[in-house]
Ligand binder design. Sequence first.
Ligand SMILES: [Zn+2]
Length: 354
Amino acid sequence: MGNRCCKKYLGENLFTLLARKIDPIAMSSCSYCQSVKQEMIPTEKLSGYFEWSREIYKRTDKSEGKLLLYWLREDWGIFDTLDDSTANRLLSDIFICDYFNPSDLRIPENLEGTRKSDAWQRFKLEIQHRNRWISTSSKEASELCEDFMNNLSEMEEDKINQYYYRARTHDTKEPFKPQDLSAPPQEIAGHGRLNPAGIPYLYLASLEKTAIAEVRPHPGQNVVTAKFQVKSPESPELKIANLIKFTPQVSPIDILDTDEILRIRTLYLALKEISLDFSRPVHPDATPYEYIPTQYLCEIIKGEGFDGVAYPSAISDGHNIVLFDPSSFSVIKGSLTEYRIKSVFVDTEEFKNI
Ligand SMILES: [Zn+2]
């Protein structure tokens, strides 16, 4: 009997996808982990569903070369629950009939895509510096925004935390009241990464220390935090756009056609770059125009019925969440805590020697 792998080994998503194509066998032991009496997929039957990967990611000596495993993870989220040696062992078994060395460096045929993301860069320049309200740019940018929306996933309900945090630096003698930690009133709301001035959104962080880091305090400064929860437990489920990790909504295992997979890869590279604009670190004194592209996308997301956006924090662990309706979360009574900043950690890399 040949090798077979279980759901635990392949990961839930990949197993479910493959089990629709290959009939799993019940009641055998897994060749890779100690699981028994589960549904297993014969490893040899997987080769036809992974052949595209060896065609797209070709062996190379170039410095951009990476292991096939890394490309599968980075571009498609495949094997992202397995450690390197486990995944490489599986790949070797999948391609057992042919020569395959998991430590070969490989490179995709369209490394940079056809620079579809250039369309986004051109659009950004236009709304930042030329035309703001009525764009004259070609159809390519609006098509890209449409693709972005079509591939946007909703955050699963169990991934939305029960509590979120907000912080503000506190430099006055007057103590903060709970409403001081809520979003500012529209009359005085300044611009932010996702909101234009005058349109307040509520910015929250999944961890208290992330909320504190996001206000970029200095040592010796005081910071007040507050804990938030969804206003009413009976309120309808929040629909949050998930930009924490932008992964393809389609799997190459369902496509198999290499030209089509390459086309989708190009599109995803561009969409990933757009999503990175939501979390890219920006200088605290960023001029208002720098945020206009993300503010623009946010209005499109809002228009599609989302209640907010979740994205990774650029300066700490955890994620941030922005609510378009600031009243959808409220401060938990008695949760305000004042902290004194003892020190701030700095991490650097040499940029250039002058
Ligand atoms: Zn197993």
